[in-house]
Design a protein around this ligand. Structure first.
Ligand code: FPP
Length: 246
């Protein structure tokens, strides 16, 4: 969700105004994902590196997050959304931790969209945690080194029970991953759009999904191997047509 600061600067506003408007984009996109039947949405809301920002911006962001959680959890729950977080939650202010814990508990049994907030998260942090956990299991004899497979590593990540993303959307045109889901993005389709996050709304999401639908995912194979002669129009595209028009 990049470009909040630049969006605000363009308008002569403080950076936090960009983050505030960014929350509106979050609300709109989460609602649209729920309606489309998207099963998993992961939002990179605060990276490990974001702690290095000026203290006042960090504090305001944490406050904004707290307010958004307090204001939105009821609605998320009503809409059958299951809320989760990944990242070093112990680094977050106590109030935020408590609110996240409460929201996750309340929505744990919901069966619609799984909304994961990446907070105090980075891909390298996550992989380091996984390596440590696996090393401990080897040390205690629970597993042998040759049992460390890709599946074993995947199981030790914070996203263990979440499938790898099909699509990564990055706003504001930057061409980098910025330490997001480094392991999980191996075969994810990338969609980079120039607009800043605060202007990214459901129509932009539809455009991204539409672009995704027109990609061919080969996973290292050749085109003929992945073509499914029976392939019908994907369900999500049909839904897109009904929601977005022709
Ligand atoms: C990146 O833009 C954005 C962030 C670091 C914060 C994103 C947070 C929100 C949208 C609000 C809270 C989220 C939820 C889930 C309620 P930037 O500040 O790096 O922008 P810039 O690159 O233009 O400076």
């Amino acid at each position: 969700m990049d470009g909040n600061g630049r969006w605000a600067k363009q308008r002569g506003l403080p950076r936090i105004a960009g983050h505030r408007e960014g929350v509106e984009s979050v609300r709109d996109c989460v609602e649209a994902c729920g309606q489309l039947g998207v099963q998993y949405l992961t939002l990179y809301a605060f990276s490990t590196e974001n702690w290095k920002r000026p203290q006042d911006e960090v504090s305001l962001l944490m406050r904004l997050l707290l307010t958004a959680l307090r204001d939105e959890t009821d609605r998320l729950h009503r809409n059958n959304v299951r809320l989760r977080t990944i990242g070093d939650s112990t680094a977050l202010p106590g109030e935020v931790q408590a609110e996240l814990h409460d929201a996750a508990q309340r929505t744990a049994e919901n069966t619609g969209l799984t909304l994961t907030l990446a907070l105090s998260y980075s891909g390298r942090w996550e992989i380091t945690q996984a390596v440590r956990a696996i090393a401990r299991e080897v040390q205690t004899g629970a597993i042998r080194p040759d049992e460390i497979t890709e599946q074993c590593i995947t199981r030790h990540l914070a996203t263990a029970d979440t499938p790898d993303p099909d699509l990564l959307i990055r706003t504001s045109g930057e061409l980098r991953l910025s330490n997001f889901l480094l392991w999980q993005l191996a075969y994810t389709e990338l969609y980079i759009t120039p607009g800043y996050w605060p202007v990214f709304r459901r129509n932009d999401l539809y455009a991204a999904i539409d672009a995704y639908q027109n990609r061919e995912r080969r996973f290292g194979m050749v085109s003929e191997q992945v073509q499914d002669p029976e392939k019908k129009e994907p369900a999500i595209k049909r839904i897109l047509k009904s929601v977005a028009g022709p």
